[in-house]
Design a protein around this ligand. Structure first.
Ligand code: MG
Length: 380
């Protein structure tokens, strides 16, 4: 069996209501999907986490990695991963390169599952669970929430009423606004909901520590990306100054990066994104590291059905860390913001029911990609 082609599918759609996290306002959503085809008619889909950086990724995939991969055995995932990573290692250990490799790697897992007639979760070693607890990611800054912060309460209550047992909201808009907003959401949803906050590295350690002191009184489940991802000492300062668990890792890459984050005890919850950390192959190695350090792994997910399905299979194959009768399970991050590409690209059962999403049972990722639908949003 040989790989015959790789196609990049850059997609973009407008959104009706712009929203912001601590770094920028978003007016549209983008995605970069990758299709790998073989000489036996089996094909697989992967996804790269890239926001608007897709032109660079398309060039990397089409002009740098594709010539290396054509003719290779698609089942030789580790061989292909090493070939690609080493090809650009000296000038591309993190970021766009690992995003491109991730997209290709996820597609190869999809192919492997289809060839074996097994879901990816089985190839990863089997399912600890047939359904994964999902938490709702939303509560971004909107014009409406600026005019009336009570809008956050309405949104949070809607998630709780849908059955989500966990909700993640954005902070990083100034200490006073953050404390007010988290208080409002906590009041609205009550104490039984897991409430996570995400600063997207908006603050220096000193401000993060002051915010964390307030979050302690609001029963926050974790405080995500308090400081810039490069500042591992800053992570440790914040973590040592608060009892609120610290989460991070969506802007970290490969086993080499995560070894630093874990061994220096920067985080309580580690969050690799399968679509940029190096794919499922690399996430498996990161999970082994997290297990060795007794650290919980909850992947970051902010993509289409491919990213969600890949995360579901991966999470289902994770043991709780550390294992116990009362371990906190890993969870699926389910982005609830407006994204027509995410909602329409895959035909499959990826919706949350009572706060859980079933792990697809079909071969590979277990979802069908609607290529006709993709045409509507294709950039070229
Ligand atoms: Mg985040």
């Amino acid at each position: 069996m040989k790989i015959t082609d790789i196609t990049s599918h850059p997609l973009r759609c407008k959104i009706d209501q712009s929203f912001a996290y601590s770094q920028k306002w978003l007016e549209h959503r983008s995605a970069l999907l990758v299709k790998v085809e073989t000489d036996e008619g089996v094909s697989g889909w992967g996804e790269c986490f890239c926001h608007d950086a897709w032109p660079a990724l398309v060039a990397l995939i089409d002009r740098v990695y594709k010539p290396l991969v054509i003719g290779q055995d698609p089942l030789a995932r580790e061989v292909i991963w090493s070939l690609l990573y080493n090809w650009t290692r000296d000038y591309g250990q993190k970021g766009l390169t690992t995003a491109a490799i991730s997209g290709i790697d996820i597609a190869l897992w999809d192919i492997a599952g289809k060839v074996a007639g097994l879901p990816v979760s089985k190839l990863l070693g089997g399912n600890f669970t047939s359904r994964v607890e999902a938490y709702a990611t939303g509560l971004y800054l909107t014009q409406r929430a600026i005019e009336d912060p009570m809008a956050l309460q309405e949104e949070a209550v809607a998630y709780a009423e849908e059955g989500f047992k966990g909700i993640k909201m954005k902070v990083g808009f100034g200490l006073a606004a953050d404390v007010r907003n988290v208080k409002l959401v906590r009041q609205a949803v009550g104490d039984s909901i897991k409430l996570m906050v995400d600063a997207n590295h908006a603050y220096p350690p000193s401000v993060s520590i002051r915010l964390a002191q307030h979050l302690e009184h609001l029963g926050v489940f974790w405080f995500e990306e308090p400081v810039i991802p490069e500042d591992l000492d800053g992570y440790c300062e914040v973590r040592q100054a608060t009892t609120v668990p610290i989460a991070g890792g969506e802007a970290e890459f490969t086993r080499y990066g995560f070894l630093q984050l874990l061994s220096r005890r920067c985080v309580d919850v580690v969050q690799p994104d399968l679509c940029i950390c190096g794919g499922i192959s690399e996430a498996k190695k990161i999970a082994a590291l997290a297990s060795a350090f007794g650290t919980q792994l909850v992947p970051h997910v902010w993509g289409t059905g491919i990213a969600i399905a890949a995360a579901l299979h991966f999470i289902a194959s994770l043991s709780s860390e550390p294992p116990s009768l009362n371990s906190e399970p890993s969870m699926l991050e389910l982005d609830r913001t407006e994204n027509a590409i995410r909602d329409g690209s895959s035909v499959g059962q990826l919706a949350a029911v009572d706060g859980y999403v079933a792990v697809p049972k079909g071969p590979g990722l277990g979802i069908d990609i609607d290529e006709t639908f993709l045409e509507k949003y294709k950039v070229f």
